[in-house]
Design a protein around this ligand. Structure first.
Ligand code: 7TS
Length: 419
C-alpha cells in the first residue's frame, strides 16, 4: 500500500484482502487454524512493513544525522519521513514535537524523569485513573517518592468507566499533571479525556494521554484531545517493535532538560559545560532503531490507506458481535462497557469456576490466542474484584467467524471441565 491519505476511506474493511497481507494469519496452531485475538498486546505486521525493514537494510542503511555522504542522507530522509508521517497522523503542529523512543513506556518515563523531576514539589498532585496500565502508574508513583508529590486516582464505576462524580475534589490547583489512558487495555473503555484535560489546563496542570491502545484503533488528534504530551507504541499499530513516540508541545519540550545524555542530543561539549541540540534531537541520544522507525512509515501508510474511521467502524461491528455472542453465556462475566460507542475492541471476561490461565491454555489448544492475567493493570484487577481475566482483542484482520471459533472453544472448555 502507498501513502494514499487523499483517497476517501471506505466505510468497511475488506478483511479477506487485508488478511492476505498477513501470512502469519494463515498458520495453524496446535493443528488448528490460528485465531489471533491478542492484538492489544501487539498487532501482527503486514508484508509491507516486513518488506520495508529488509528493503532498508538491503538498500539504504547508514547511520542517521551524521554522515556527509549520499547514502547517509538517504537513510536520514527515510528516518525523518516517519517523523513527518506520525506528526500528521496525530495532528502535531511540527515534527519538532515528535520524539522517537523505544515504546510508549519509555515515552511516559521520559516525561516523568525530565518534566516531572524539574517541576514537581512536595504537596503537588498527579492525577491518574484506576484503569491505567502499569506504564502510566509506576513512573508517577516513583516520581512521587522522589519529589514528595502526591498521587490521586479517579475511580471507575460499575460499568468500567471513569467515575467523575468526585472530579472537582480530585482535580484542583494542587494538580500539576493529569495522565490518563484514552482506551483501557483491559476493558476497552474509551475515556473522553478532552473535557477533563480542558479543566486541568484551566487550572494550570499539564496533561498526558496514554494512547498506546487508542492510536491503533481510533483517529488521534492532539489538538482535539487537549493534551500536552501523548505516548504511543508502533508495535500495537502494525509497525515494528522497538519504536515508540512521545508527542510533546514544543514550548514544554523546549523548557525540559534532556533525558539520556550522549551523541546526537548535544550542541557543544566541553568537560565543563554542555549545550544541547535543538528539538527533537535533544531527546534522542545515541543511534536510534533506524530500520524499525523507517518501517513504521509503512504501517502508518497502511492505516491511512484503510482509513482510521473505517477501522473504527469495523471494530465497532466485530466488538458488538462478540459482546452479543459472549453475552449469551450465563457462566461468563464480561468487564467494561457494553455500548460499542464507548469502547474499543479489547474484551475481558472470566468463566465461572475456571481460572483465566486455564481458559487461555485451553483456547490455545484450539488455536485461539488470547491473553490471560492481570494485563499490567493490577489496581484495576483489584477494583474489578478479580486476580486476572481472559482478554480477547480484535483488529483490522479479525472476522466474525473467528469470534465464533472463540465461542465454540469456550463451549468445549466447559465440557472439558464437566461444567
Ligand atoms: N499503555 C497501555 C494502555 C497499554 O496497553 C500498554 C501495553 C502500554 C501502555 C505499554 O506499551 P509498551 O509498548 O510500552 O509495552 N499493553 C499491553 C497489553 O495490554 N498486553 O501487553 C502489553
Amino acid at each position: 500500500m502507498t501513502d494514499n491519505t487523499n483517497k476517501a476511506p471506505s466505510q468497511t474493511l475488506d478483511v479477506a484482502r487485508i488478511r492476505q497481507d498477513f501470512p502469519i494469519l494463515g498458520r495453524t496452531m496446535n493443528d488448528k487454524p490460528l485465531v489471533f485475538l491478542d492484538s492489544a498486546a501487539s498487532s501482527q505486521k503486514p508484508n509491507q512493513v516486513v518488506e520495508a525493514i529488509s528493503n532498508y537494510y538491503q538498500n539504504h542503511h547508514a547511520n542517521v544525522h551524521r554522515g556527509m555522504y549520499t547514502l547517509a542522507a538517504e537513510a536520514t530522509d527515510l528516518f525523518e519521513t516517519t517523523r513527518t508521517k506520525i506528526a500528521k497522523f496525530i495532528g502535531a503542529a511540527s515534527t519538532k514535537e515528535i520524539i522517537f523512543t523505544r515504546n510508549a513506556t519509555e515515552a511516559i518515563n521520559l516525561v516523568a524523569y525530565t518534566w516531572g523531576e524539574t517541576n514537581l514539589k512536595p504537596g503537588n498532585e498527579i492525577l491518574i485513573s484506576e484503569m491505567e496500565h502499569h506504564a502510566n502508574i509506576v513512573p508517577w508513583v516513583r516520581l512521587c517518592e522522589k519529589t514528595g508529590a502526591v498521587l490521586k486516582v479517579i475511580p471507575i464505576d460499575s460499568d468500567g468507566r471513569l467515575d467523575l462524580t468526585s472530579l472537582d475534589s480530585l482535580l484542583t490547583t494542587k494538580t500539576k499533571l493529569v495522565a490518563l489512558s484514552r482506551m483501557s487495555n483491559v476493558m476497552g473503555t474509551i475515556n473522553d479525556v478532552a473535557p477533563i484535560f480542558a479543566k486541568a489546563r484551566e487550572l494550570g496542570a499539564v496533561t498526558l494521554v496514554d494512547a498506546a491502545q487508542s492510536a491503533p484503533h481510533i483517529p488521534t488528534d492532539v489538538t482535539e484531545l487537549n493534551c500536552d504530551f501523548l505516548a504511543l507504541s508502533s508495535h500495537k499499530m502494525l509497525g515494528p517493535t522497538g519504536v515508540g513516540i512521545l508527542y510533546g508541545r514544543e514550548e514544554l519540550l523546549n523548557a525540559m532538560p534532556p533525558f539520556l545524555g550522549g551523541g546526537e542530543m548535544i550542541d557543544q561539549v566541553t568537560f565543563e559545560k554542555i549545550t544541547y541540540n535543538e528539538l527533537p534531537h535533544k531527546f534522542e541520544a545515541g543511534t536510534p532503531d533506524i530500520a524499525d522507525v523507517v518501517a513504521f512509515s509503512a504501517a502508518i501508510d497502511y492505516l491511512n490507506d484503510l482509513g482510521m474511521d473505517a477501522i473504527r467502524q469495523h471494530e465497532i461491528e466485530i466488538t458488538a458481535y462478540a459482546l452479543k455472542k459472549l453475552g449469551e453465556f450465563p457462566w461468563l462475566t464480561i468487564y467494561g462497557p457494553r455500548d460499542t460507542n464507548n469502547r474499543g475492541a479489547a474484551l475481558s471476561f472470566t468463566v465461572e469456576g475456571i481460572h483465566p490461565h486455564d481458559v487461555s491454555q485451553f483456547l490455545d489448544s484450539a488455536g485461539v490466542a488470547v491473553r490471560a492475567g492481570h494485563h499490567c493493570a493490577q489496581p484495576l484487577m483489584k477494583a474489578l474484584g478479580v486476580d486476572a481475566t481472559t482478554r480477547a482483542s480484535f483488529y483490522i484482520y479479525n472476522t466474525d467467524a473467528e469470534v465464533d471459533s472463540l465461542c465454540e472453544a469456550l463451549l468445549d472448555l466447559r465440557k472439558f471441565f464437566q461444567l
